[in-house]
Design a protein around this ligand. Structure first.
Ligand SMILES: NC(=O)c1ccc[n+]([C@@H]2O[C@H](COP(=O)([O-])OP(=O)(O)OC[C@H]3O[C@@H](n4cnc5c(N)ncnc54)[C@H](OP(=O)(O)O)[C@@H]3O)[C@@H](O)[C@H]2O)c1
Length: 251
């Protein structure tokens, strides 16, 4: 993708990876619109940064995306990049007698339907725009799951497959389709403890490495994947799936 001069909409731009990405793109001379559920948070992040704008979006509220699409079409018809990044994660214990599918349903609604709905809403605007790009955030867990996060990992595996098809279908439009597959990164995704978890990659280190890959166009098949995650990406091909699964999911 081109790294400057874009108008970029980032869902889930109020914290973690989305916010860091928004600030990095803004620093590189792009107009960036971030979305999130809290107006106060959006205002706080965008204050003093002309060219970084906040617009509300709650993927759980059906009309919210319709309203956002209308507002963006009016105020930013030059939009040429969508980053469908908003996502949630919850552990699920399917052996618990109280286990039900409510957490799974919320994950599917946000991580799968949220990305598909955002794409459906903005694809008509992006089509035929110069440098049009759709980027979505899956996860390195798309390739080998952590069994205590079953629906989360499955939602990311879904996105990996779906983005592959989207990329193929859009090859002549043309809209570039990129998949960000981060490793475990220090954000509040699974709770406040994750921000300081020493096992997680520091957010600034992840951003720096990922932006380098984007700048160099070093993302074969549209997959923006750190070197450290290549083993998981190719676990099946390299006949290492069981070994890597066992290492990630101790008995
Ligand atoms: N951190 C990791 O280890 C990791 C690894 C691989 C992939 N990822 C993926 O990276 C993406 C960003 O996660 P993160 O780690 O940066 O987590 P985060 O700090 O918790 O950020 C999540 C973002 O999603 C937004 N969001 C959540 N539910 C939403 C909803 N119903 N409607 C609208 N926006 C919603 C949040 O906005 P508001 O709360 O302000 O509404 C927030 O901006 C996710 O897709 C995640 O699965 C993260």
């Amino acid at each position: 993708m081109q790294m400057t001069g874009n108008t970029i909409l980032i869902t889930g731009g109020t914290s973690g990876i989305g916010r860091a990405l928004a600030e990095a793109f803004h620093d590189r001379g792009n107009r960036v619109i971030i979305t999130g559920r809290s107006l106060a948070v959006l205002e706080e992040i965008t204050a003093g940064r002309p060219g970084l704008m906040g617009m509300p979006l709650d993927l759980g509220a059906p009309n919210s995306l319709v309203q956002l699409e209308r507002d963006v079409r009016t105020r930013f018809p030059e939009l040429n990049v969508l980053v469908a990044n908003a996502g949630i994660s919850h552990p699920e214990d399917m052996t618990d007698e109280n286990w039900d599918v409510s957490a799974a349903q919320l994950i599917v609604e946000t991580n799968i339907m949220g990305v598909m709905r955002a794409t459906a809403a903005f694809l008509p605007i992006l089509k035929n725009r110069p440098g049009a790009t759709i980027m979505a955030t899956s996860s390195a867990l798309a390739f080998v799951p952590r069994a205590d996060f079953p629906t989360y990992c499955a939602s990311k595996a879904f996105l990996h497959s779906w983005l592959t098809s989207l990329r193929h279908q859009l090859r002549k439009v043309p809209v570039e389709v990129l998949e960000l597959s981060p490793p475990y990164v220090q954000t509040k995704l699974t709770g406040a403890h994750q921000i300081t978890d020493p096992r997680a990659m520091p957010l600034d280190a992840y951003l720096a490495e990922m932006m380098q890959l984007l700048e160099r166009g070093d993302h074969p098949r549209g997959e923006v994947l750190l070197e450290r995650d290549q083993a998981r990406r190719w676990a099946e091909r390299d006949d290492r799936y069981e070994e890597i699964f066992a290492a990630m999911n101790p008995a």
